[in-house]
Design a protein around this ligand. Structure first.
Ligand code: AHM
Ligand code: MG
Length: 341
């Protein structure tokens, strides 16, 4: 007899039986996964579904809270996640990279104990060119006694996350999840319509010879980043003693998925363009969930100076510099920063 496949549903029920998640958290993850399936279908239809291009009407771009022009699929993915999560009774509130403020669950539905944050469609610049994009999410507990959460109740450090994950819409649709006991990958069986466990306990190799960064920003970087990448580029004859390869998809989900699979370091450092905002990537929707997943797979995540998960958020849309991936390489990058300060 062939071994039965383990569906996401079965995996979550077993986690619940082992006392690692509550029934509400199980339901929450199931609902997010279902929403991701719908987003995956919309992404897969592309031009046939009329979902490509910019949102907005009559040549007027729709601009989100980040000051960025929204794509139709950004808006659609956000609506799918909001609608799917509103009525289940497991959440007290939601926050999205695409919305100015968090939203408490409407009064007409029961409120639960969790807060959900998401980047509905990460890698927006890749939507129209048929390159992998994804959804990133993070789950926090709603503080005790709070029934109608406001933005301030979401401002918890990454160490407080009870679950995090992403779904990458690429050649395969893969959901990668942690509930604080390892990082696991589930591939969508498109015929059956269910996520199937394909890697239990992902492990990021500790050492790497591959880095991911947008090199076109090099001249804007801080001196420690210049020095770090400068030494990577000197290869075998330089102080790092090995030849490095480079990859940059420009969809964080795809770059992080590669790193979780075969190692590497991902960085979006501080540069003089994004410095006034504190960085390019968002702490609550991008850096923290990815940091949780990466740490649970044996890797490390840092701002270059501080462990990512210990950063105290000061705003829902706070931005940070990001270094994450193979542990020894992240430590090397951090050492350049600390040496310089
Ligand atoms: P988005 O959430 O608006 O898509 O922006 C985040 C993306 C990341 O997925 C990716 O790593 C980065 O922005 C790419 O930035 P750049 O275009 O500067 O290389
Ligand atoms: Mg994003």
């Amino acid at each position: 007899m062939t071994q039965a496949q383990i569906s996401l549903t079965r995996f979550l029920i077993e986690e619940q039986r082992a006392g690692r998640i509550t029934p509400e958290l199980r339901l929450l993850v199931e609902v997010v996964a279902r929403a991701c399936k719908r987003i995956s279908i919309a992404v897969g239809k592309g031009a046939l579904g009329g979902v490509l291009g910019d949102a907005g009407e009559a040549g007027q771009a729709s601009i989100n809270v980040q000051g960025e022009a929204q794509k139709k699929l950004d808006v659609l993915s956000n609506e799918i996640l909001l609608e799917a999560n509103a009525w289940g009774g497991h959440l007290a509130g939601l926050a999205s990279e695409e919305m100015d403020h968090s939203q408490p669950i409407p009064d007409v539905y029961p409120r639960g104990n969790y807060l959900l944050l998401f980047d509905p469609l990460d890698g927006s610049s890749n939507i129209d060119v048929n390159v992998s994009v994804g959804t990133i999410f993070s789950v926090l507990r709603c503080p005790e006694g709070v029934t109608t959460p406001g933005d301030e109740h979401f401002l918890q450090p990454g160490t407080a996350q009870v679950a995090a994950g992403y779904c990458v819409y690429g050649p395969q649709t893969t959901l990668v999840l942690t509930v604080g006991h390892g990082t696991h990958a589930f591939t969508l069986d498109r015929e059956v319509g269910s996520f199937v466990l394909t890697v239990r306990g992902m492990r990021i190799p500790e050492e790497t010879k591959e880095f991911a960064v947008n090199m076109s920003n090099q001249r804007f970087w801080e001196p420690p980043m210049q020095a770090y990448v400068g030494d990577l580029l000197r290869g075998k004859d330089g102080p790092r003693g090995k030849d490095f390869n480079m990859r940059w998809v420009a969809s964080m989900v795809a770059d992080v998925h590669r790193i979780l699979t075969r190692g590497g370091i991902f960085s979006y450092p501080l540069d003089s363009k994004c410095a006034p905002k504190g960085g390019k990537l968002r702490l609550m929707y991008e850096a923290n969930p990815m940091a949780f997943l990466v740490e649970q797979a044996g890797g490390a995540a840092s701002t270059g100076r501080t462990r990512m998960l210990e950063v105290q958020p000061t705003g829902l849309h706070m931005r940070v510099p990001v270094f994450l991936g193979s542990k020894a390489e992240v430590e090397a990058a951090v050492a350049y920063h600390l040496r310089h300060d």
